[in-house]
Ligand binder design. Structure first.
Ligand SMILES: Nc1ncnc2c1ncn2[C@@H]1O[C@H](COP(=O)(O)OP(=O)(O)O)[C@@H](O)[C@H]1O
Ligand SMILES: [Mg+2]
Length: 255
């Protein structure tokens, strides 16, 4: 990893065009077009059931899109499986924060780096993870199952980072966290984005106030459609108006 990250560029690292997804007869994503630029933090917000988790699963290869194009670093990734996506530079922290509870944090981090052959880089990044998330030191050599839910989330994120991704997908990471933990978590996400230049796509249920507080750009998903998008500052303002009763269509017209 370079010490001087590239700034946000206009070059998209991820581009989705008219993506459709369904479960059986039930269509869950309808013509979704979004992009994440290199070095950018993008947020996807929306009510529970809007399709955010399905969207991230469709990007990371856990599901294949039924229509539309998904392009990562200029390559079509439809149908590429999740482990290959990790090799290509896309890591996904799914909701539920799977870590190997019987393995130590050290071993979890090594597992996270399974695609890498640069041992010195891996050792340096393990040190970096303990600096970003000092609480993980408590389990450096003990089973990670001894960690409570929040540190387990941090370990899951650290493991995803150990793959040295160009894009990190974070599915509703603050769900279940206290406000203090959520704010601390988002501070750390920004620090990592700034220091490492890793683009991030973060989802959050509801008005997404935590994700929008750190994002450069955001999208609002409603029943599988993108109904609003804009810079995070613009979206925050529009959501504030919406909360005061302005209908979604009027909001869209004012963008
Ligand atoms: N495995 C599944 N099988 C059938 N329906 C699903 C499945 N997963 C999600 N859904 C449905 O798809 C819709 C979108 O769900 P999801 O992507 O989890 O939304 P969100 O993450 O925004 O809450 C919801 O109506 C949900 O009930
Ligand atoms: Mg979800």
């Amino acid at each position: 990893m370079s010490d001087i990250p590239p700034p946000v560029s206009d070059q998209p690292v991820l581009q989705l065009q008219d993506v459709e997804q369904s479960y059986g007869w039930s269509t869950v994503l309808r013509g979704v077009s979004i992009q994440v630029r290199r070095g950018e933090i993008a947020a996807v917000l929306g009510a529970k059931g809007a399709g955010k988790t399905t969207l991230l699963q469709t990007i990371s290869g856990m599901q294949s899109p039924q229509a539309g194009s998904t392009v990562f670093k200029g390559e079509n990734i439809a149908g590429v499986d999740p482990s290959q996506m990790v090799e290509q530079g896309l890591s996904h922290v799914a909701h539920g924060r799977a870590v190997f509870t019987h393995l130590s944090a050290d071993d979890n981090l090594r597992m996270g780096a399974y695609t890498r052959t640069d041992d010195q880089g891996v050792a340096k990044d393990m040190d970096a993870m303990y600096r970003y998330f000092p609480v993980l030191r408590n389990c450096a050599n003990r089973p990670a199952g001894a960690l409570s839910a929040y540190p387990q989330l941090l370990l899951a994120v650290a493991c995803a980072l150990m793959a040295n991704p160009d894009l990190l997908l974070l599915d509703d990471p603050v769900k279940g966290l206290t406000p203090v933990q959520s704010a601390e978590f988002m501070d750390r996400v920004v620090q990592i984005n700034r220091e490492r230049g890793i683009a991030m796509l973060v989802t959050e249920d509801g008005n997404g106030s935590h994700a929008l507080s750190i994002a450069d750009y955001g999208y609002v998903l409603d029943k599988g459609r993108i109904v609003l998008e804009g810079t995070a500052a613009t979206l925050r303002e529009k959501i504030r108006f919406a909360a005061q009763g302005m209908p979604a269509r009027r909001l869209q017209e004012t963008m």
